[in-house]
Write a protein of this length. Structure first.
Length: 290
């Protein structure tokens, strides 16, 4: 499984409650991933590190994260007990259709710039949210006659609840600010993305041992430097393809020196080859793929 992958779905709504048991093979190895829509991540129980944007969080029960499309995030269980969460993924077109007459988009405002918003739900709101989300999950899964209408109704209830909670938002002190060194490394990678970047380069640039830089970066991003560089290059290549570059141009202008490696890495991360991605982009048929 790639260290950062796009999770996409033809249906504009996904909703599920999940409990992860420590020690089960694969359950603690979920890589950085991103979605083609907004994600509501309600943390319910457990002890985890939640990586998103430029921060790492240790969420508490009732903390709700609203994650923007195409923003990499990851959760790692660091406790001995299962951790439980409720996840809802909403594509933009579904949100726009639902909130066409009554604006329910306040909870998304600014999230695309800062990558993530979070708030702490009250105890009553947690119970109400889970009750609605349980019904939404069943409607999405069963897809019986009339369930599409119920899906819209339940999403509306969720959006109303979240927006009302925002009026009296309670911030949780669960975030750890990323050290300046890690932020500087990310900025350096961004500025030199099309060049070859090694640990020795970073060590000379920031006057720290390469192993120390690598360990700090992994601790505060949940991602190795190599995986982060690859993810940023894939993101750049997708933008180039959408803007009309051919596959070879996207490969070399995003920092890949090996064409075969680019094809393989892109396909693993995006779920389709760069050639197919380019054709879909030209035809306006990416169907939600970020």
């Amino acid at each position: 499984m790639p260290e950062c992958e796009l999770v996409s779905s033809a249906y504009p709504v996904q909703c599920y409650r999940r409990s992860t048991t420590p020690g089960i093979q694969g359950e603690d190895a979920v890589p950085f991933h991103r979605h083609d829509g907004f994600e509501f991540y309600l943390f319910l129980n457990g002890t985890v590190n939640f990586y998103a944007g430029d921060s790492v969080y240790s969420p508490v029960r009732g903390e709700l994260f609203i994650i923007s499309p195409d923003r990499a995030h990851r959760c790692i269980n660091r406790g001995a007990q299962p951790y439980e969460r409720f996840i809802i993924n909403l594509r933009k077109d579904k949100i726009l259709n639902i909130s066409e007459e009554v604006s329910l988009s306040r909870c998304f405002e600014g999230s695309e710039q800062c990558a993530i918003k979070r708030l702490r739900l009250s105890s009553d709101a947690i119970d109400e949210y889970c009750t609605i989300a349980d019904k939404l999950s069943r409607a999405v899964y069963l897809r019986n006659t009339g369930d599409d209408l119920l899906v819209d109704a339940y999403i509306t209830e969720i959006l109303v609840l979240v927006n009302r909670q925002l009026e009296g938002v309670r911030e949780s002190e669960t975030r750890q600010d990323v050290p300046e060194l890690v932020c500087d490394v990310k900025n350096y990678i961004f500025d030199h993305l099309t060049e070859q970047i090694s640990l020795d380069d970073l060590s000379r640039q920031f006057y720290f041992n390469g192993k120390y830089i690598s360990a700090m970066f992994k601790k505060y991003t949940g991602m190795t430097i190599r995986a982060y560089i690859l993810d940023q290059r894939i993101t750049l290549s997708k933008r180039l393809l959408r803007e009309g570059s051919n596959v070879s141009e996207a490969c070399y202008h995003s920092g890949f020196l090996d064409y075969t490696n680019f094809i393989r890495s892109f396909t693993r991360a995006v779920g389709m080859s760069p050639g197919k991605y380019s054709r879909c982009a030209k035809a306006g048929a990416l169907n939600g793929v970020a």
